[in-house]
Ligand binder design. Structure first.
Ligand code: SF4
Length: 356
């Protein structure tokens, strides 16, 4: 690897660090130490790497960047959800959410919802991030850094804290930043790092058809969630503009191919708003998913200012689920988390930017 200005420690594999150490005249074992300090212990400064001598630390810091994410906001929900607003090295901001942290809910499961882009080009009608447009892709180091820095902050209160699950469901469309997301997954899975099991990570997409097929072929053993939200093109076109490029017939074909290659169940996410939580939509969804390996996850949306979306009432949600169950389609309803802390994707960042 030719060392360049932009190499970030948190984005490097052990093999890449070995190459860098060799190029700058350091011993090979330093690479594993560096990887462990960065990825397992989640340190934020070179000084914290106690097993690396000062001379070597200086040499390394002149060839590798270490940019921890700066926490500029943290909101805590009564249900234990924590939402972070992080500033990146170039001043851009991203959101990241830690769920399932309440001790009363689960002491063993700590899920982080990771962002993959600054802003998003997809522009889904119900999403605060989409309203802001696309700014840039996140680097591997910035993707992994969200998990590392949340770990760092929570360990200040709970030294044993460990992230156990990851969902790539934050700001951005993960499959439009495919290579960085896949490398981030490998780093987070590495046994000398956070060692988060592949099956404990899920990529969520709004339906980037060619990348779903590529993911099936690369088959990293992670989960796939498809944000379906509607079963008819004319409805989905309005909710997810990408549907005009990859309409439902193409998307479902890709999902079939994915399941055939990977033998894995897809989660079909359906955000329920007062507009789409109707019987006709539920019946169309049941027809669309007939014979597909997967299950439906219903998500009542948090209302987002400026989108005009309303949350459906509980009876509407139950009726919708019943139609799917009657058609033999497994269905669950995702509990709303962090409703009191601007938990919908992009809400906290929008509010913060509005205050500047
Ligand atoms: S829901 Fe996801 S894909 Fe759609 S605009 Fe928001 S961030 Fe982008």
């Amino acid at each position: 690897m030719k060392i360049m200005e932009s190499v970030e420690l948190r984005g490097c594999s052990i093999d890449e660090l070995i190459e860098i150490c060799q190029e700058i005249g350091l011993k090979r074992f330093r690479a594993t130490q560096l990887f462990q300090w960065a990825q397992q212990k989640a340190v934020r400064t070179w000084d914290q790497m106690k097993t690396v001598g000062e001379g070597d630390r200086q040499t390394l810091s002149s060839h590798l960047h270490l940019y921890p994410l700066e926490r500029i906001r943290e909101q805590r929900s009564q249900d234990g959800t924590r939402k972070y607003l992080f500033r990146l090295n170039d001043g851009e901001t991203i959101e990241c959410v830690l769920m399932d942290y309440a001790r009363t809910i689960s002491r063993d499961r700590h899920t982080v919802c990771v962002s993959t882009q600054v802003g998003c080009a997809v522009g889904c009608a119900f999403c605060a991030t989409g309203l802001e447009g696309f700014r840039r892709n996140l680097s591997v180091a910035e993707i992994v850094g969200q998990v590392l820095d949340i770990t760092h902050y929570v360990r200040q209160e709970d030294p044993d804290f460990q992230v156990t699950n990851i969902v790539f469901m934050g700001m951005g469309e993960p499959l439009l930043n495919y290579d960085q997301v896949l490398k981030g997954i490998q780093l987070l899975n590495h046994g000398q790092g956070q060692a988060i099991g592949m099956r404990r990570m899920t990529i969520s997409t709004c339906g980037v058809v060619p990348k779903i097929i590529q993911l099936a072929k690369d088959n990293p053993q992670v989960g796939l969630a498809v944000s379906l939200h509607a079963a008819q093109d004319e409805v989905r076109n309005d909710l997810i503009p990408m549907n005009r490029r990859y309409p439902l017939a193409q998307l479902m074909e890709a999902c079939q191919e994915y399941s055939q290659i990977t033998h894995r169940r897809i989660t079909f996410e359906v955000a329920l708003t007062s507009k789409n939580a109707r019987r006709g939509e539920a019946e169309a969804l049941a027809r669309l998913l007939k014979g597909q390996l997967g299950h439906v996850n219903l998500i009542p949306v948090n209302p987002v200012e400026g989108t005009g979306m309303e949350r459906p009432d509980i009876e509407q949600i139950k009726r919708f689920a019943q139609v799917l169950e009657n058609a033999g389609i497994p269905v669950s309803s995702r509990e709303e988390r962090g409703g009191d802390i601007d938990a919908a994707c992009g809400q906290l960042r929008r509010k913060w930017e509005g205050e500047l």
